[in-house]
Design a protein around this ligand. Sequence first.
Ligand code: IMP
Length: 182
Amino acid sequence: MTPPPQPEIERVLFTEDQIAARIKEIAGGISDRYRSRNLKLIGVLKGSVFFLTALARELTIPVKIDFLGISSFTDKARGSGLVRIAKDLDDPIEGEDVLLVEDIVDTGLTSRYLLQILAGRSPNSLGLCTLLDRTSRRLVQVPVEFRCFEIPDRFVVGFGLDYKQLYRNLGYIAVMNPDKGR
Ligand code: IMP
């Protein structure tokens, strides 16, 4: 499918078909890993919603879903991710096998903070799954167990990722024009 022209978008990085195929592959690995366990996917609002729902539909095991809402203030000078929980989980995760589902792991600060919070709630296991991984900008190490795509150091939008809250609904993932984004 040819994407509609968007002035702020430079080029398509991953098409809808490429994303769907990769999510199916990842879902196969997750279904194998968590067979006969109590998997709960935890999505981070709003960016991971599109990925989480697509992933969940490809899983062949029973799965529960919950969401965290956050506000991020990244203080890179201090190397710390200042994240506020704006919407907490609906239910406890004690004793469950939890997979945190992210749209992108960039510096790693947000994921590290969320993993720490979740670990403190005594899940049986805790893993991290991300649609996009930009390891070139990592400030802190986080254990990414499942990832769909490694991406270059360019600001991207689509499939849940936004620029000023726009473009989340694109079915593909695209690179922004250099004068936009960061
Ligand atoms: P981190 O804490 O630096 O790993 O950043 C994580 C968050 O930054 C993601 O969940 C996104 O909301 C946002 N982010 C980082 N890179 C991009 C991008 O290229 N496009 C859109 N959002 C991004």
